[in-house]
Each structure stands twice: as C-alpha cells, then as structure tokens.
Design a protein around this ligand. Structure first.
Ligand SMILES: NC(=O)c1ccc[n+]([C@@H]2O[C@H](COP(=O)([O-])OP(=O)(O)OC[C@H]3O[C@@H](n4cnc5c(N)ncnc54)[C@H](OP(=O)(O)O)[C@@H]3O)[C@@H](O)[C@H]2O)c1
Length: 281
C-alpha cells in the first residue's frame, strides 16, 4: 500500500519512516515537501501520490511556546490537520491522526479511556483537540491515536526529556524533577509498530496507545539515570516550583482500553522500552 507520512523528520515520523518500508511503499514528507498549513499544497501533493493511507504526525509540538504563539499552534494542529483530512478524503485515503494525553485535564484520578471527556488545560492541548474535531468532521475513514510522553531518536526535533536529563547529568548538575505529574512514557518505535498492526486490521475510531505503566517525571529521570549508570543528585519538586508557561495535567495516564478489549497486544512496560532506546545512544 502507498503510505504518506507527514512530519517525517520528527520523532514519530522518523520511526514510522524506518519501520513501514518493509511492508509498504512509503512517502516520508517533511515540511519542505509539504507545508500542511496550505490546503492547496495538501491537495496537490496527495492527489499526485494518491496514498492508501496518510499517517499525519506533523504538528506544532512546543507546549510552552504554544501559549504565546497560539495562532501558530492552531494554524498547524487545527487547520493543518483539517487540510490533510480534506485532501485525504478527496483522494480516498484512510487517515491516522496522532493526538495527545494533553487533551485531558488530569482530574479523573484514574487512567483515561478513549471516550472520556477532553478538557485541555493549555493551548497545545486545545489545538490538538481542534485537530481531532476536524478529523471527525471531515474524514469518513479515520483513526485517532492518542499517545503521551514520547521518546526516541529525534535528530531534527528540539531536545526531549531524556537528552535534557543526560546532558544536565553530564554537567554534574543537581537535577530537580517534577514529582506531581503522572503519565506514561512511550517509545516512538513501539508506537510505530502498533500503528502498523492497527493499519493491518483497518480499524477506525479512537485508540489510546502508550507503553505500559506510568510514572512521574522524577521517576522517569531516576530510571534514565539508573540505566545510564549516572550518579547525580536528583531532587523531587512540585509543579509550582517550575515556572513554565503552559499548565499541564497532573494525571494524564491513558488507559489503552480499546487495544485491550479487542485482544490486541498491549505495549511493553516503559522501562523495557527505555532500555532498548538507551542501548542505541
Ligand atoms: N512528543 C510527545 O511527547 C507527544 C506526546 C503526545 C502526542 N504527540 C503527538 O505525536 C505526533 C508526533 O510528535 P513528535 O514528538 O514526533 O513531533 P516532532 O518530533 O516535534 O515533529 C513534528 C514534525 O512536524 C513537522 N511540522 C511542523 N509544522 C509543519 C508544517 N506546517 N507542515 C509540515 N510539517 C510540519 C516538523 O517538520 P520539519 O522538521 O520538516 O519542519 C516536525 O518534524 C504529534 O502529532 C504530536 O502532537 C507527541
């Protein structure tokens, strides 16, 4: 099958671009090949390739910057997603849109299921929810995959949590990590292989896909340092001690409920996935 990947230079786009060519004819598109904020360009590119699937990973992902650049975030995550959905629909392509745990406010106190009510706390989450809204309004054959706390190889993306932790540790700094936000770290390569499994089944609707287990950023940092063999002081702090522009949910663990009730394999524990990734560094 012909598969277009938007945001192919990003972390998840890169993982999909590495894994899918063994089974599919893949067209990995970066923003230089396709700027999703232009409907005309989306139409031109997709009508030329005529893909069976569009895996839409491209996004404005800078959560704090989205507070001061909200229009940019909505232009990419909202309207850009609408443009991709329109062009995919016109070409008979099935669409996979990647969304986020940050569509939830974190007050449920237990893992969120696919049909729980979103209520984003920040502009990034709101703009990704706008993307979900457009996908549902425009596309007849869509799959929305919500994921969280992605890690993996990302040479062209801003440094992610693991690289920040390791570089601070290398400088011998005391690390201060938030201990009152809980989520599920997810390896982009594991999400890519589950995407391939969902494509093979040709399912529709919303799926939560994360590695198993959950932790705080403090726990995540402690495990990274343990696996890297680094001994540096690590201090737990509360969210209020870290002045960030965007509010974040205190508990945004996603229950992979639909995967489970359909009998699909759940993803391995995040610590195992982390060990695989750390082995590649
Ligand atoms: N990272 C996380 O923790 C996380 C958590 C939950 C959900 N998600 C979602 O998962 C998806 C993948 O995230 P990621 O971390 O892999 O993202 P990423 O590494 O930041 O990559 C995003 C890509 O989007 C592309 N992009 C931005 N604006 C564009 C535009 N106007 N036109 C075309 N492409 C554009 C960029 O392409 P160029 O490099 O070519 O400019 C970039 O490579 C996103 O939808 C994100 O919202 C991520």
């Amino acid at each position: 099958m012909r598969v277009v990947i938007t945001g192919a230079r990003g972390m998840l786009g890169g993982a999909l671009s590495r894994q899918l060519p063994s089974v599919h004819e893949v067209y990995p598109l970066s923003s230089t090949h396709l700027d999703i904020t232009s409907l005309q360009e989306c139409r031109r590119v997709l009508s030329k390739i005529k893909p069976d699937w569009v895996l839409h990973t491209a996004a404005f992902t800078k959560v704090d910057e989205a507070e001061s650049k909200a229009a940019d975030a909505y232009r990419v995550n909202g309207l850009g997603t609408r443009n991709i959905a329109i062009a995919a629909e016109e070409n008979g392509s099935r669409l996979v849109y990647y969304s986020t745990d940050y569509v939830f406010d974190g007050t449920r106190g237990k893992p969120y299921r696919e049909w729980d009510q979103p209520n984003p706390l920040n502009e990034y989450g709101n703009s990704k929810l706008a993307g979900e809204f457009f996908v549902k309004a425009v596309s007849r054959a869509f799959l929305i995959i919500r994921t969280s706390w992605l890690f993996g190889s990302a040479p062209h993306s801003p440094p992610h949590f693991i690289s920040k932790v390791l570089s601070q540790a290398r400088n011998g700094k005391t690390l201060r990590m938030v201990n009152d936000q809980c989520g599920s770290p997810t390896f982009a390569e594991d999400l890519a292989s589950t995407t391939a499994a969902l494509m093979a089944l040709d399912v529709r609707g919303i799926y939560h896909v994360t590695n198993s287990g959950s932790c705080s950023w403090f726990d995540f940092a402690r495990e990274i340092l343990k696996q890297a063999g680094c001994e540096v002081p690590l201090v737990p702090i509360s969210t209020h001690e870290l002045p960030l522009a965007a509010r974040r949910p205190s508990y945004s663990v996603l229950d992979n409920f639909c995967l489970r009730i359909e009998g699909l394999p759940e993803l391995r524990p995040w610590q195992e996935a982390l060990a695989d990734f750390m082995g590649t560094l």
